[in-house]
Write a protein that binds this ligand. Sequence first.
Ligand code: 48F
Length: 259
Amino acid sequence: MDEVIISKAITESYIKDLLDATEVDVAIVGAGPAGLTAAYYLAKEKVKTAIFERKLSIGGGIWGGGMMFNKVVVQAEGKRMLDEFGIATTQYQKGYYVTNAIELASTLCSQTVKAGARIFNLLSVEDIVIRENDRVSGLVLNWSPVSMANLHIDPLAIRAKLVVDATGHDCEICRLVSEKVGGKLRTPTGKIVGESSMWAEMGEKKVSENTKEVYPGLIVAGMAASAAFGSPRMGPIFGGMLLSGKKAAQLAIALLKQS
Ligand code: 48F
């Protein structure tokens, strides 16, 4: 084996993937449960999809379960989705199912890649592209270590017909849009409302309801949807994240058909 051939193989195949991702149908920011699920259902329908994830690892808040106990809970609807992914659950009480966070994160990740979505880790989205028609039409990317090392290096951009903000509690993309366009989000205040205190039942219900096109070209999913629209956090119950990701994919497919 020749180390230079290995280096060429890695560089060329990565650049090929990155070049291909410069024009996508849907660009998803964040590879937590909501972003991965959205990408899975989009890729399954042959929608050209790329996820950009800041961290080295894929899976967002799944790995740590509840307070580092690596188990998470889903309700009946969430369990049906886990069954579809082939992820094992055990019933704790009627309507409460427990799953292993490690199996959940690794299976979601594997199935999403196998469905055809591209996942780019270690890439942070630091800005969005907004065109004259006031529509989010792309993402501005940089390597995560660039911001960590505070290096003065310009980013690169990609074009997307739709962007999904699946960045979790910080709803980073909605926040960027809100700052850049002066609060014209389709939320009750036009700005980020901010997530409210924990209420598992209501949080799970609202996260799906709040999975919407929050600005032209931008869909918000998962905890980012709760934060943008001001619904409660729910703690380590993950059915809502999966359902929100699926709804984001369905919404994106419907919007792509209209365009
Ligand atoms: O936080 P995260 O898992 O969001 P989620 O999919 O799920 C929330 C649950 O994990 C949990 C919960 C449910 O009960 O409350 O918190 O809504 O995943 C978000 C991912 O987005 C990445 C971040 O590293 C994480 O892996 N991310 C955030 N901002 C950026 C980003 C950014 N600007 N660029 C790239 N990735």
